[in-house]
Design a binder for this molecule. Structure first.
Ligand code: 13P
Length: 254
């Protein structure tokens, strides 16, 4: 049985005071739900303050990005060790906004992912197709490509700390959600890729989240799908009641 994992990706939102307030609300609402792993991803400058706000609770803190080098002349970048030092236990890799706005390619995603795993962090690898790719029937092909390239040279024993988030780009921040059946189909195919790369045990254990306009209202039907093991939430993660309802939907699945 896979433990559901719900991530709140705050993106470039909140400020220090609001972030702390939101984190405290998440501790109250989400922390009360047993059997679900809850992680918040605040903007980098607020990691310490948010970490302090969730201290002693089951809520974990992750970073939205990381650089792959340990240290050195990389102005503006943050290393995996620095995130660990700030109390982070998770990091995102390959979010579509980094792939498409910041132009990060699969090679960079893979470098970051492996460096983060090597430092002991849990990593959520984000994959997903654009609207055009979906329209021309390339959803599974794109997910397979991003999964294979993202997980290239990952050591099998590190897969326990790896989560995949299927986030169709056309569903992110648009209010359009994949149907539960579409999400299930994509997740099933992604799990098959993991099986091919790492074997049945790793494929059975890896958690695959859905992301893209998840709300309290649609979380239940998504979470009812056998291969949907949680959600990576953007907009709704900034609203404690909505986020709490999503965590509750995941808890109800257990
Ligand atoms: P929305 O939930 O706002 O669509 O964002 C999803 C996302 O990108 C989470 O990483």
């Amino acid at each position: 049985m896979r433990t559901p994992i719900i991530g709140g990706n705050w993106k470039m939102n909140t400020n220090r005071a609001l972030g702390v307030e939101l984190a405290r609300a998440v501790v109250k609402l989400a922390g009360a739900q047993g059997g679900v792993q809850t992680v918040v991803f605040p903007p980098l400058p607020y990691l310490l303050a948010v970490g302090e706000a969730v201290r002693g609770s089951a809520v974990q803190v992750g970073a939205q990005d990381v650089y792959h080098a340990e240290k050195g002349a990389f102005t503006g970048e943050v290393s995996p060790g620095m995130l660990v030092d700030c109390g982070c236990t998770w990091v995102l890799a390959g979010h579509s906004e980094r792939r498409h706005v910041i132009h990060e390619g699969d090679d960079m995603v893979n470098l970051k992912l492996r460096a983060a795993l090597h430092a002991g962090l849990g990593v959520i690898l984000c994959v997903g197709e654009s609207l055009h790719q979906r329209d021309v029937g390339e959803t599974n092909h794109i997910n397979e490509k991003q999964t294979r390239l993202g997980l290239r040279e990952v050591r099998p024993e590190e897969m326990a700390r790896l989560v995949i988030a299927y986030e169709p780009i056309w569903a992110i921040g648009t209010g359009k959600t994949a149907t539960a059946d579409d999400a299930q189909d994509a997740h099933w195919h992604i799990r098959a890729v993991v099986r091919d790369m790492f074997g049945s045990e790793a494929a059975g254990a890896v958690r695959i989240q859905y992301g893209g306009s998840v709300t309290g209202a649609n979380a239940q039907s998504l979470m009812a799908m056998p291969d949907v093991d949680g959600a990576l939430v953007g907009g709704a993660s900034l609203k404690p009641d909505e986020f709490g309802a999503i965590v509750a939907a995941a808890a109800a699945r257990v």
